[in-house]
Write a protein that binds this ligand. Structure first.
Ligand code: GDP
Length: 327
């Protein structure tokens, strides 16, 4: 691993190898890497403040596996680079945390974008916990922005907590879904509707175009019930990543949401996110320390057994674990 000043210089010069090394560094959980990563990010943040560049556009993109995220990102990313943008794609994949493998890992699917000199695609880190992945992703975003990627797309799978996590680090959250009506609509988690800023019914091509349009209308109706009083009414539109239909319209809605926030609103949103993230990092670190604590480990099995057999109430067990940790 090169020294920090060398990395900074490489990132500034937009060298891909330096960007990749810097992201590997911020993903690492080793103590010495963490120190170097902090140093790197501090330098990049100082430069960021003196830079005249407007902040990068950060967009979260989620949806269940198979909804067409990769295909959509390929179409959108290629459009954006053709317009002169530099596009970074990061992934937050909670399955990588559990299995070490990943649903989003197979990025060979975005073959066109991978070969694009103005795009950078990085699979999800496998950093042990969702908090760890979030930390790595937020820091990777800072590296990409320092390397002049002005659009950062953060892809995640539709399973709940990862969306909440990603929505906490982007400006605009795009939810991709498929044509569903009536009862099937219930299957879309209410939580998603609460955080989505733009919703697109994907795969609206061929025979599926008409059902997609009516599903979008129905979803828009459902959304009004959930989000009735919000200042921003999330648009629900249709698109096809595969046929490249409506992809630009989706992007226009993303930009409209950003415009709605305004520069003051965006700055306030990012400041709030930083504060939230601060506490999330603290909670994650405490959780790690609890797991690593030798004193806790020493009593863990005995306490678990006592709780399972009904000999120890949960409240007492929790107190004992905390007492062991505090020792
Ligand atoms: P992801 O798991 O959400 O990343 O989904 P993929 O982009 O890998 O797509 C899953 C499958 O759906 C693939 O077989 C794609 O070819 C197909 N697909 C993706 N987008 C579209 C689309 O817009 N229309 C149609 N008809 N198929 C699509």
């Amino acid at each position: 691993m090169p020294e920090v000043p060398e990395l900074v210089e490489g990132i500034r010069a937009r060298r891909r190898a330096a960007v990749s090394q810097a992201i590997t560094l911020v993903e690492s959980t080793k103590a010495e890497h963490r120190t170097a990563a902090r140093e790197l990010l501090t330098i990049l943040a100082e430069e960021g403040e003196t830079g005249v560049q407007s902040p990068a556009i950060r967009v979260g993109i989620s949806g269940v596996p198979g909804v067409g995220k990769s295909t959509f990102i390929e179409a959108l990313g290629s459009r954006l680079t053709a317009e002169g943008h530099r596009v970074g794609v990061l992934a937050v994949d909670p399955s990588s945390v559990r299995t070490g493998g990943s649903v989003l890992g197979d990025k060979t699917r975005m073959s066109r974008l991978s070969a694009d000199a103005n795009a950078y695609i990085r699979p999800s880190p496998t950093a042990g916990t969702l908090g760890g992945v979030a930390r790595a992703t937020a820091q990777s975003m800072a590296v990409l922005e320092a390397a002049a990627y002005d659009v950062v797309l953060v892809e995640t799978v539709g399973v709940g907590q990862s969306e909440i996590t990603v929505s906490g680090m982007v400006d605009t959250f795009l939810f991709l879904t498929l044509a569903r009506t009536g009862d099937q609509l219930q299957g879309i988690k209410k939580g998603i509707l609460e955080i989505a800023d733009v919703i697109a019914v994907n795969k609206a091509d061929g025979d599926d175009e008409i059902p997609a349009k009516s599903a979008a209308r129905e979803l828009a109706g459902a959304l009004r019930l959930v989000r009735g009083h919000d200042e921003w009414a999330p648009p629900v539109i249709t698109c096809s990543g595969l046929a490249d239909i409506g992809v630009d319209e989706v992007w226009q809605r993303v930009l409209a949401h950003r415009e709605h926030l305004g520069s003051g609103g965006l700055a306030a949103k990012r400041a709030d996110q930083q504060l939230e993230f601060t506490w999330a990092l603290v909670r994650d670190e405490l959780d790690q320390r609890l797991r690593r604590s030798a004193k806790v480990r020493a009593i863990r099995e005995e306490i678990s057994a006592a709780v399972l057999s009904g000999d120890l109430p949960a409240t007492v067990a929790a107190d004992r674990i905390l007492a062991a940790y505090d020792q």
